[in-house]
Design a protein around this ligand. Structure first.
Ligand code: SF4
Length: 202
């Protein structure tokens, strides 16, 4: 591996491996309303120095790196408690999701903190701007395994240099900023055509 993977890329992979490859293998990027709002939110959060309040130190815009997983990134906020407990906090513009897309990102941040500060992180948090709510992320073994699988898969895709075909439900494509570039309907049409051909050839 020669390249450190940006932690934010894991969210792209978890949402759609093809989206990940378009952005991180083919280097395509199209901003839409959602990505622009997310960027503005992070810029706002980034401005601020470390602050001590009673038992907690708030460190903002913390640079992260893991040599073990070849990861790099910037964390919006880490809360450091006097008992040496660390809680990474990620800010998101949307609302909580059933899927682990956002939780995987927080778990990867925790893996970096564990390596950099020789500690164990048992939970993280996501603050959702749209609903003004903080969600706790329990760093379970299952979440850690999913995160490490996603990290490995991302490295393989980058090394292989190939973009996979669309393999996610159509509903995800509707909110995807890369839809025009990806043209998922073209592949789905091909699949329907080959299905119909096979029917008649039997
Ligand atoms: S349009 Fe659909 S298949 Fe294509 S990158 Fe986006 S989510 Fe993935």
């Amino acid at each position: 591996m020669d390249e450190f993977l940006p932690i934010s890329a894991l969210q792209h992979y978890a949402y759609c491996p093809r989206q990940f490859a378009l952005i991180h293998v083919e280097r395509a990027w199209v901003e839409n309303r959602y990505t622009a709002e997310g960027r503005i939110l992070h810029d706002r959060v980034d401005s601020g120095d470390a602050e001590q309040r009673k038992e907690v130190r708030f460190e903002r815009s913390v640079m992260l790196r893991s040599v073990q997983y070849y990861l790099t990134g910037k964390l919006d906020l880490v809360e450091v408690y006097s008992n040496n407990c660390y809680i990474p906090v990620e800010y998101k513009r949307g609302k909580p999701k059933l899927q682990d897309w956002d939780r995987i990102q927080v778990c990867a941040q925790a893996l970096c903190i564990e390596e950099m500060r020789s500690t164990q992180v048992s939970e993280g948090a996501i603050w959702y701007w749209e609903v003004r709510r903080r969600e706790t992320v329990a760093l379970t073994n299952d979440l850690r395994e999913s995160t490490i699988s996603a990290i490995n898969a991302c490295h393989w895709l980058i090394e292989g240099g190939e973009t996979p075909r669309p393999a996610v439900p159509e509903s995800r494509c509707k909110a995807c900023s890369l839809r025009d570039l990806c043209r998922p309907e073209r592949f789905r049409r091909d699949r329907s055509a080959s299905y119909a051909r096979n029917l008649f050839e039997l």
